[in-house]
Design a binder for this molecule. Sequence first.
Ligand SMILES: Cc1cc2nc3c(=O)[nH]c(=O)nc-3n(C[C@H](O)[C@H](O)[C@H](O)COP(=O)(O)O)c2cc1C
Length: 348
Amino acid sequence: MTPEEARSAAKQKLKGICGVYKACDGDPSRLCQNQIYGGPMQMGGAGSGASFANNYSDLANIRLRMQVIGPHFEPDTTTTLFGKTMQMPIYGAPVTGVNSFGGERVITEEDFCTATVEGCKQAGTIAFRGDTSTYSNDYIPGIEAIAAAGGHGIKIIKPRAQQHILKRMAYAEKVGALAVGVDVDGCGSYMMNVNKQPVFRKSIDEIREWIQSTTLPFIIKGVMCVQDAEAAVEAGAAAIVVSNHGGRVLDCTPGTATVLPDIAKAVGKNCTVLADGGVRTGADVVKMLALGAKGVLIGRDIIRAAIGGGIEGVRVHMEHLQKNLASTMLMIGCPTLNDITPAILERP
Ligand SMILES: Cc1cc2nc3c(=O)[nH]c(=O)nc-3n(C[C@H](O)[C@H](O)[C@H](O)COP(=O)(O)O)c2cc1C
């Protein structure tokens, strides 16, 4: 299977939900942005879609400096995440709730979780697994998939009541997950609240309670300002994900590429800074690394790869991104990821 074949299959299955366009850019004319007021968000962004669109356009507006004269080299895309070697600094984002896309006709949530976790593992990288309103204390398919993969996965939990978070963290630790975290930007989720799974803003003390309860590295996902990044570090987070949830939690934010440099400058020495939002190609990965991220997460493209091709679809998509990253590194004169600095960006 090729990545393109997986995308074609996804286009058939996602009719009416996602157009699997060449550019997944959050434009208001796109199918995903055209859904009924008050209906589920599915693949789109919040409100006008500006935050989703800004993720894409802020990255697209950054230019790379091509530099091709010098000794030849084979680019090395390997990195480590929490002490584990990865073939690329590109990870599967925690994406959930595909069971609301049309049930078994599209993919079951269980098969989806397995596809992302196992597909990323086979590609030499790792998937994050998320949390959603159709999950419950007794139904946590993301952790089950991580368990089946021998612990090769990272669990991100919604900012639920403290006892529910601590319970899921303990379960993730028991199955040997690499790390655990909370998407703090899930605190306004309408779907969680209407499904009687309330979510909350969290204080530094509450975050500290999570971190002190586990031996696993802890990740705060959903950071869009220096103040929150510093709070995460103060509480003891090992990593943050600069993210606006793919533009799904608040309308009118900047793109993540715009806020990333200041955040990385403020906390990059004290924690691992990851980023997501609109990352679709090797060039996008390079841009995020040059802006200060140590790795990136792939959201909507992983959904399409899993729905179109299951485990294999995810594997070939991640392998394609790794090759695309390597060829981009060759063209900008960066043999290793550490060579990717702001100097490889062209100022307009
Ligand atoms: C359908 C869908 C479901 C998502 N579910 C979750 C989730 O359960 N937990 C979470 O932290 N983020 C979730 N996200 C956000 C992603 O983890 C990620 O931040 C975002 O998709 C990255 O942007 P991109 O889609 O442009 O790559 C979801 C995104 C989408 C599109």
